[in-house]
Design a protein around this ligand. Sequence first.
Ligand code: NAP
Length: 515
Amino acid sequence: MVQPYKHEPFTDFTREENRNAFLKSLETVKSYLGQDYDLLIDGERISTDEKIVSTNPANKEEVIGRVSKANKELAEKAMQAAVKAFETWRKSKPEMRADILFNAAALIRRRKHEFSALLVKEAGKPWREADADTAEAIDFLEYYGRQILTLKEGVKVQSRPDEYNRFHYIPLGVGVIISPWNFPLAIMAGTTVAALVSGNTVLLKPASATPVVAAKFVEVLEEAGLPKGVLNFIPGSGSEVGDYLVDHPKTRFVSFTGSRDVGLRIYERASKLNEGQIWLKRVIAEMGGKDTIVVDKEANLELAAQSIVASAFGFSGQKCSACSRAVVVEDVYDQVLNRVVELTSELSIGNPEKQEMFMGPVIDQSAFDKIMGYIEIGKQEGKLMIGGEGDASKGFFIKPTVFADLDPKAKIMQEEIFGPVVAFAKAKDFNEAIEIANNTEYGLTGAVITNNRAHLEKAREDFHVGNLYFNRGCTGAIVGYQPFGGFNMSGTDSKAGGPDYLLLHMQAKTTSEMY
Ligand code: NAP
């Protein structure tokens, strides 16, 4: 009997033994920096001449690993392997598939700090952010393993005398998984194993900024007993291999997490029928956010300021759920703003290998340039309160930045910046605050800080986001507790880590037998 699901606890780094274990894991990771990683196609490791070179965003010179790069020919070979493997994998027992996930969870748990240390190095995550990423990956394995066990019998439907009807779920086929770099372990692992445990075979294309941790995860799934051909690992350029896979007539579904523009492109391309294709492709697309914390006048203002700072600057604001807008009722606006500036001035920023760093770098040069560009726009549109500077000499560091007095329609109030920048706007009352909160094309996360019950209820009805939080920050959804996904241009609201998620990877079949 499988134990009930419980999410993986976060590591307590105030304890010396945990700190020492983490430092040791950083050493372990250092010992294998710069190695080569192969593609995995039909169980065979394939090395290519062309490589994706993954580097440390806190220290550009440091090479994390060199990962073979798939081209169209290799993507085609992987597709053929996945098509073939589907014929047996689709008939495999759900219990066996779940066991592979539970086994993988146990293997990762044993090397938990090593995976987190690799995230520190490859993605520039501070310790506690890396630890949360690894914990979430374990959670996805444990949660989806249990979910398939609840779905395997299907759902009861009516039968009549001499007639027996069944309604059950079957897998779709070959899924293309395209993942982002900001949760390079959790989202990559979660989207991959959801597809696998539902009985599909997979082509996994990880983000080019973080392919090493994906390669390590693929090794774990092999070790956990995944048969060959079921998961094919094909890192490569999004625009080259990505388009090819999305367009492929044998692709049955695409599970994408990433930016709005790439998500839209995939959605559109997947809707076109290609020669030899006999189905409508399904697309799961989880995209960007422009997430708001609303602060009411009857509120715990210290909680409000702490929540804004933690949600805006955790992992340098590089979360789809990050707070990039604070909308504060005018009566308490100055108080909250000043406290946020004060708290921001106390944040430590630097190489995230040091435990004391609250913030590390942003992911790469293009992210650095884009965020600095938005900071320049912010200086025109609002009042710079703190931060606003960056230094890309060794790594890609940007100071946590607060802008005040923005027009709700200003560019930095509307577009996803994906960096450590938060913009403040004033609302005359709570109703106006909710109106401003809803004024973007996104609808991913949001939070409301208030002690007014009627206002909470209004927000529950009118604040149009997929994940709404009361009296806390707007980041940090936990698998099985706060299923995650957004409305409008934030995507298809797939609710990763929720009870309906696996169904998106399956189709229902009705069989009716007469006796
Ligand atoms: P991205 O640039 O859209 O890339 C995401 C993935 O798409 C990468 O693997 C990328 O490959 C690939 N890709 C690029 N062009 C493609 C194409 N034409 N066809 C197919 N695939 C293509 O996003 P990102 O910068 O990695 O991630 C940050 C974004 O993700 C933010 O907008 C954030 O809000 C969003 N996000 C959303 C959620 C959510 O749950 N809603 C969660 C996390 C992140 P390359 O790396 O090779 O370019």
